[in-house]
Design a protein around this ligand. Structure first.
Ligand code: PRX
Length: 672
């Protein structure tokens, strides 16, 4: 850990003595009770079976709960059949809740749309018919590349309705990143938009799709040796009205396709283990992993957690999860969890500071948001902007606050509680991952006395441990690696097209245990504190980025001979990307002559944005003559992290050339 005052250090974690029990009133009315822990621990499988039966509607009820004979691939509720979209939409209408508002949409320019569950049913039915008319069949993959508009949710649900597997690609990813995800999943259709609104102006999306698919000429056949794109059609939502290039025969307007489609559609009941979606996330190699989730178990756990961790009262609450559907949080706590539970939720297209830094709080006040779920980086940013901004809005509707995506430092937690929650609302710090599908470690707001900065305890029905190198549980007061010791319903079922990587990444470090990749500590009460990644994965603003992926992007630029990337502690974004690059000699000379360092950094940052997306741009690029390597050639990132975090450089004795760090420090004018 670091010695920055803003970050949770081992010392201040251990000295955290503040606890906040729920009020008696909150506890009395809460959905979850302390007895859930004993129930689940007495009969974990029956506990989950009961959740699956009560939270979901099954076309064919299941009789088996868990089949772990094919470990590490679990099968939950495998002989049952159901449809995810039916559960999220139709049954609310069938049970008389059609007039309830499902989505309160706020566009960045201030336009709004309200969709009831009945509206949603008609939209998803039309969209499902449109997909079918365009040739999409059960089991096909559909890529979704959209802004945060209602169509994003409708598109996901329409895929689920026909049993197609969606692969949502975050709109901030580049054409190149989109192309590799389309190819890996062999998606046959892409759903996109002309653009979306971001920071006060339209931001185009369709050109990236055109580029990813190889341009307009591709419709006529492959260019040269390039393999033909698997994509037959592109459905385009008109959001901004900006002009778009059009490939006849391939591109279809969403509004035309839906207008031509019937609003009657029978959802396709699939097996509980039918894949629901693929979502790509960064791993420790350059190639993103297509994490795939299936239907019955995933929906059970997202619905259970959404109901109990946020204490959702569907008839009165207004839920708002600020995540984009491009991330797992947007899958589980925008599209599936809230809708399965029949909630009313806000979705917002834009950034928190457009057109002013109070935009989020204005939205909370406008819609009477009662439950807010966001990321520490956003909390720290708002903290930086000052207390007076949220103070200008009526936040009295809020009753539960959630945090996700990265460790939340106690200072930010306390600020969230005091300034946003007015010292009244419980805060749930929820630990989970793309791979876990749903929340795993968290307080329950009506049960747990919360501690600033700790995710605390595994949920009922979830088993987690902190272990040492030998896979032995560490005693209270010690640190180690976070593992999950029993299968859980929403666990990933694998990596699309690469089951060996699934086994190697998660199941090889410790025999029979799922290795999460996070360091953690148990305090004297046995509560779990997450300490960040222990592998080459960085967490920037709650988004996962791979050091290797960014290094590959950097070395693909003709100027770069070698690159090493580290995640350096950053007070706002948690970590920031810092890159050390060695230039090819012909460019090095040029830089030496004309001192073009700044231009080189700008050029390389743009190159990374083009290869991966703007979120992956290094905050700092340092041009160096050498990189610190061990005798076996492994880059010692630990030492580079010391430089990036302005610390005294640690032990250099294992370096092949121990003078390298001194050279780097000199070249940087003392290591900045
Ligand atoms: O390092 C942990 C961190 O985010 C990683 C998972 O990232 P991703 O798959 O993108 O999913 C993020 C949203 C669920 C984890 O391995 N992380 C997530 N939540 C927390 C966290 N670290 C500390 N505390 C959390 N509450």
């Amino acid at each position: 850990m670091t010695d920055s005052a803003d970050q949770p250090t081992l010392d201040n974690l251990l000295s955290e003595v503040r606890t906040f029990p729920p009020s008696a009133e909150f506890a009395a009315a809460a959905n979850a009770h302390a007895e859930m822990y004993s129930w689940a621990s007495a009969d974990r499988l029956e506990f989950w079976a009961e959740q699956a039966r009560t939270l979901l509607d099954w076309d064919t009820p299941f009789t088996e709960v868990l089949d772990w004979s094919g470990a590490p691939v679990a099968r939950w509720f495998a002989d049952g059949r159901l449809n995810a979209c039916y559960n999220a939409v139709d049954r609310h209408v069938a049970e008389g809740r059609g007039d309830r508002v499902a989505l309160l949409f706020e566009g960045e320019p201030g336009d709004t749309r309200t969709l009831t569950y009945a509206d949603l049913k008609s939209e998803v039915s039309r969209a499902a018919n449109a997909l079918t008319a365009l040739g999409v069949r059960t089991g096909d993959r559909v890529a979704i590349y959209l802004p945060m508009i209602p169509e994003a949710v409708v598109a996901m649900l329409a895929c689920a309705r026909v049993g197609a597997i969606h692969s949502v690609v975050f709109g901030g990813f580049s054409a190149e990143a989109l192309r590799s995800r389309i190819d890996d999943a062999q998606a046959s259709l892409v759903i996109t938009a002309d653009g979306g609104y971001r920071r006060g102006k339209p931001s185009a999306l369709k050109p990236a799709v055109d580029e990813a698919l190889g341009g307009a000429a591709d419709a006529l056949g492959p260019i040269g040796d390039a393999p033909a794109s698997p994509v037959h059609h592109v459905l385009v939502v008109r959001r901004t009205g900006q002009s778009v290039a059009w490939t006849q025969g391939r591109d279809v307007w969403w509004h035309d396709a839906l207008a031509a489609a019937s609003d009657v559609h029978e959802p396709v009941a699939v097996e509980a283990e039918h894949p629901l979606f693929i979502l790509y996330t960064s791993g420790t190699t350059g190639k993103p992993k297509g994490i795939f989730h299936t239907t019955g178990g995933y929906l059970t756990q997202v619905a259970f957690t959404h109901l109990n961790v946020f204490d959702l009262k569907a008839e009165t609450d207004v839920f708002w999860c600020t995540a984009d559907v491009g991330w797992i949080t947007g899958h589980s706590y925008v599209t599936y969890g809230p809708l399965i539970n029949g909630a009313t939720q806000v979705i917002y297209e834009g950034t928190p500071d457009t057109p002013h830094q109070g935009r989020w709080w204005e939205i909370v006040a406008k819609y009477g948001v009662t439950i807010l779920y966001t990321a520490p980086t956003a909390i720290r940013t708002c903290m930086k902007w000052g207390d007076s901004i949220p103070a200008g809005f009526d936040l009295s509707s809020l009753r539960v606050l959630g945090s996700v995506g990265e460790p939340i430092n106690p200072e930010a937690w306390m600020w969230y509680r005091r300034v946003i929650g007015h010292d009244r609302t419980p805060i749930v710090d929820t630990w989970w991952q793309t791979e876990t599908g749903a929340i795993m470690i968290t307080p329950l707001p009506g049960v747990t006395s919360t501690k600033p900065g700790s995710a605390q305890v595994p949920l009922p029905g979830i088993r987690a441990e902190v272990v040492d190198e030998m896979a032995q549980p560490v005693p209270n007061g010690s640190g180690g690696y976070l593992v999950l010791t029993e299968p859980w319903p929403s666990m990933l079922r694998g990596i699309w097209g690469d089951q060996q990587r699934f086994v190697d990444t998660y199941w090889s470090r410790f025999e029979g245990l799922y290795f999460a990749g996070d360091g953690a500590k148990k305090d004297d009460d046995g509560d779990i504190w997450l300490l960040g990644r222990v592998d080459d994965v960085m967490n920037v603003s709650g988004h996962r980025l791979s050091t290797t992926e960014i290094e590959s992007a950097l070395v693909s630029h003709p100027m770069v001979a070698e690159a090493a990337v580290v995640g350096a502690t950053d007070a706002t974004t948690g970590q920031a990307v810092v890159a050390f690059v060695i230039l090819r000699s012909e460019y090095r000379e040029r830089v030496d002559e004309v001192g073009e360092g700044a231009d080189v950094a700008a050029e390389l940052r743009n190159h990374v944005a083009k290869e991966i997306g703007p979120i992956a741009k290094p905050r700092t690029i340092l041009v160096v003559a050498e990189l610190p390597k061990t005798r076996s050639g492994k880059i010692m990132r630990r030492l580079l992290r010391d430089v990036a975090e302005h610390r005294t450089v640690g032990d250099v004795t294992t370096l092949a050339d121990s003078s390298v760090m001194a050279q780097i420090a000199t070249g940087l004018g003392g290591g900045s």
